[in-house]
Design a protein around this ligand. Structure first.
Ligand code: FMN
Ligand code: FE2
Ligand code: FE2
Length: 399
C-alpha cells in the first residue's frame, strides 16, 4: 500500500511525499522492486499558496486529501509545473477541477500545450522565462531552465530566502528511502545505487545535459542549502553529495576497477567461457559483476545499465542464435548504446554450433557508439584447451 508523508522542509515549505510501491516498471520499462517516491512541495504564504508539481495520476484522490493537511486548496494561487511527465503532472488536472480555485499555472513555454494535449486542460497558464523571478507573499522565487533533465520543459525553482532549490527529476533517485532527508549515512548509502540506476535509465540518454546544467547552476553562485527533488531523498545535510554524484555519473567515470559481464547462455557454453574470464579478471584485481540470461535467471536491463555507467569495462558473452545473437543481448546492447554510450573498453565473446555470428554484425551494432571493442573471441561450442588460453589472454587486454 502506498504511504504518504507530509513534513515541513523549511519556513512555510512542506513536502508531500507518496511512496509508490505499486508501480513495477517505471515508464513501463525500468523494473523498480524498491519502488519510487513522488515529492510535491507547497509553499504557504499570506498571499496564497504555491504548489510545485504533484503525484502520478493514479494517486490524484490521495494527493488532494493529503494536500488538505497543509493548505486549503482554495488558497492555491500558483501551480508551478517543473516538468510535464505524468509522474509529476498527473494529479494536477483533478486538482484544478476540484480545488475551487483558479490558480495561475507557471512553467516552461512548452507546458501550456502539453497540459492541453495530455489532459484536455485549459488552464490559466503563464510561461516563465529562464531566470525569471516571481514574488508571492514577500517570498522570491527564481525559475531556472534545466533543459533535458529530463525533458526539454524542465525547470527548477530557487527559493531565495531559504536557499532551497526544487529540482524535479534532477538529483532524484529510485527507491522508497526510510527517511525524508539525507540525515543518516546508512540511508544515504542504501539510496545511492538507486540514484545511479535512476540516472542511468531515466536521464542517461541526456547525460551531457546533466553536466551542462550542473555547470550552469554552479555559475549562478546561488547559496543552496537544500536540494529538494521530486523523487527520493531531500538533501539538506550535505547537498554537495548528490550534485557531485550526478556530475561524476553523468561523465560515466569508472568508480573503480569494475568489469560488468553481461551474457546469455542457453545450455551453459557461454557461461563456461565467462567463468574463465571472471576468474582471470578477479586474479588480476578487477571487481567482476555478472548479469546472466540463462534458463535459471534473467538479469534486469535496468540494473545492467546502472552498473555499466560507472564501470571500467564491459564484457558481452553471446551465443549464436539463428544466425544472429541472442535476442535479449541485442536489446541490452542497443539500450547500452542509447543510455550509457561511453568510452569504455568492450570485450566480445561468442560461441556457435555451425556458423559463427558474423563479427561484422556485432561490430556494426556497436559502430558509431563510444564503446571501444578491444578484442573478439569466437569459440566453437564449449571452451576448452586453446580457447581457455585465448580467454585468459583476452582478459589481459584491459589495461
Ligand atoms: C535456439 C538456438 C538457436 C541457435 N542458432 C544457431 C545459429 O544460428 N548458428 C550457430 O552456429 N549456432 C546456433 N545455435 C547453437 C549455439 O549457438 C551454440 O551451441 C552455442 O555454443 C550455445 O552456447 P550456450 O549454450 O552458452 O547458449 C543455436 C542454438 C539454439 C539452442
Ligand atoms: Fe521525468
Ligand atoms: Fe520524474
Amino acid at each position: 500500500m502506498p504511504r504518504t508523508h507530509v513534513d515541513k522542509v523549511a519556513r512555510d515549505l512542506y513536502v508531500l511525499r507518496l511512496d509508490d510501491d505499486e508501480t513495477k516498471y517505471f515508464e513501463a520499462i525500468w523494473y523498480i522492486p524498491k519502488g519510487v517516491t513522488y515529492n510535491s512541495y507547497v509553499l504557504v504564504t499570506d498571499e496564497g499558496a504555491v504548489l510545485f508539481d504533484s503525484w502520478k495520476h493514479t494517486y490524484s484522490e490521495l494527493f488532494i486529501n493529503t494536500l488538505h493537511n497543509v493548505v486549503d486548496p482554495k488558497d492555491i494561487k500558483y501551480v508551478v509545473i517543473h516538468h510535464m511527465e505524468p509522474d509529476h503532472s498527473g494529479s494536477i488536472p483533478k486538482l484544478l477541477e476540484r480545488c475551487g480555485c483558479n490558480p495561475t499555472v507557471l512553467g516552461h513555454p512548452l507546458v501550456g500545450n502539453m497540459l492541453r494535449s495530455f489532459y484536455g486542460v485549459e488552464a490559466r497558464f503563464t510561461p516563465v522565462k529562464d531566470m525569471e523571478e516571481v514574488s508571492v507573499g514577500g517570498r522570491n522565487l527564481k525559475f531556472i531552465y534545466i533543459p533535458w533533465l529530463h525533458w526539454p520543459d524542465t525547470i527548477a525553482t530557487y527559493i531565495k530566502d531559504s536557499g532551497i532549490l526544487l529540482t524535479c527529476d534532477a538529483f532524484g533517485g529510485f527507491g522508497i528511502p526510510p527517511a525524508i532527508y539525507d540525515d543518516d549515512d546508512a540511508v544515504v548509502e542504501w539510496y545511492l545505487p538507486l540514484v545511479r540506476k535512476y540516472l542511468a535509465t531515466v536521464v542517461g540518454h541526456y547525460r551531457e545535459h546533466i553536466v551542462k546544467n550542473v555547470d550552469k547552476l554552479a555559475k549562478l553562485n546561488l547559496e543552496v542549502r537544500t536540494i529538494a527533488p521530486a523523487h527520493g531523498l531531500i538533501w539538506r545535510r550535505n547537498p554537495k553529495i548528490i550534485v557531485d554524484i550526478y556530475y561524476r555519473l553523468a561523465r560515466a567515470e569508472p568508480s573503480g576497477r569494475k568489469v560488468v559481464i553481461v551474457y546469455d547462455s542457453m545450455y551453459g557454453f557461454v557461461e563456461q567461457a565467462v567463468k574463465v574470464l571472471a576468474e582471470e579478471l578477479s586474479r588480476r584485481g578487477y571487481e567482476v559483476r555478472l548479469f546472466p540470461f540463462t534458463d535459471r535467471d534473467h538479469a534486469h536491463v535496468s540494473d545492467i545499465i546502472g552498473e555499466v555507467l560507472d564501470s571500467y569495462a564491459v564484457i558481452l558473452g553471446l551465443s549464436t542464435y539463428e544466425g544472429k545473437i541472442f535476442p535479449q543481448m541485442e536489446y541490452v546492447v542497443r539500450l547500452l548504446i542509447d543510455k550509457v554510450n561511453a568510452e569504455k573498453p568492450v570485450l566480445l565473446v561468442t560461441t556457435y554450433g555451425w556458423g559463427k555470428v558474423s563479427e561484422e554484425y556485432l561490430r556494426s551494432l556497436l559502430k558509431g557508439s563510444q564503446f571501444k571493442v578491444v578484442d573478439v573471441v569466437h569459440i566453437h561450442g564449449a571452451p576448452r584447451g586453446e580457447d581457455i588460453e585465448r580467454l585468459r589472454q583476452a582478459a589481459g587486454k584491459f589495461p
